[in-house]
Design a protein around this ligand. Sequence first.
Ligand code: CP
Length: 312
Amino acid sequence: MQWTKKDILDIEQLSPDEIELIFETAFGLKEISERPIKKVPTLRGQTIVLFFMEPSTRTRVSFDIAAKRLSADSLAIAAASSSIVKGETLLDTASNLQAMKPDIIVMRHSSAGAPHLLARTLDVSIINAGDGMHAHPTQALLDMMTVKEKKGGLSGLNVAIIGDISHSRVARSNIVGFTKMGASVRVAGPPTMIPPGIEHLGAQVAPSVDEALTDADVVIMLRIQKERMRRFLFPTEREYARQYGLNDQRLGRIRPDALIMHPGPLNRGVEISPEVADGPFSVILDQVTNGVALRMALFYLLAGGTRDADAD
Ligand code: CP
């Protein structure tokens, strides 16, 4: 199939065929990162702006590495060092960036819908690298790519997403993505962190963490996002770890070939014990490795996907 989308804003906008095309492209590009010279000229002459208004390690660095592996010129802008601190509006900042003729703007913002606003207003392609509590489509795509790589497919799998569902854009994008690709998704966590109406996205709410874990093929653990909380939603981290954390005792409930995932950053000893995070079920660093290939694929497809990625 031919890629036609101008932007990557959320998983809702993508069809299952488009998601499969993204996976196929990412698997094809992944081996470039294994070469002695990890660079192809595919996007030479293209300019990619990384416009990050919230902190990030994995997402910003992997977009930057992905751009460089394809020979695009990339530059990062952070809120604290931009003229936004002088009172410039988001749209004025973005219009000025567009006036310098970049080909793609990758954007992370604390407000839900900020990338959608830019995509409607500007001609340049926009990739949403996380908007508030709304969506993190590239995280969901790399999570699904990792499961497809390890399991061969997504249809029919039981996926458990556990923790602070309320504040998690990763949970929302993964619920939409995994259900769209034929998996069943259960969520569990403190009742104060399960948003009303989450079932409308396609997830079932499990009565307890143990029930969510039972026969799970994939477990996605989530960090407590204290930075987005206006009041305390759990008693203590120790109590949270005891009631909702993933530890060795709970692993007996999952399937013997299950995958343990986490989008990062981890709070070791809170939502996940160090033994589980570093243990044999964990594919957390595979997710990070696949994030580079997945983001290379998105740049490649948005740029037209017509040039020879194998040339060196
Ligand atoms: N998974 C994720 O979005 O991590 P960062 O906040 O470090 O980018």
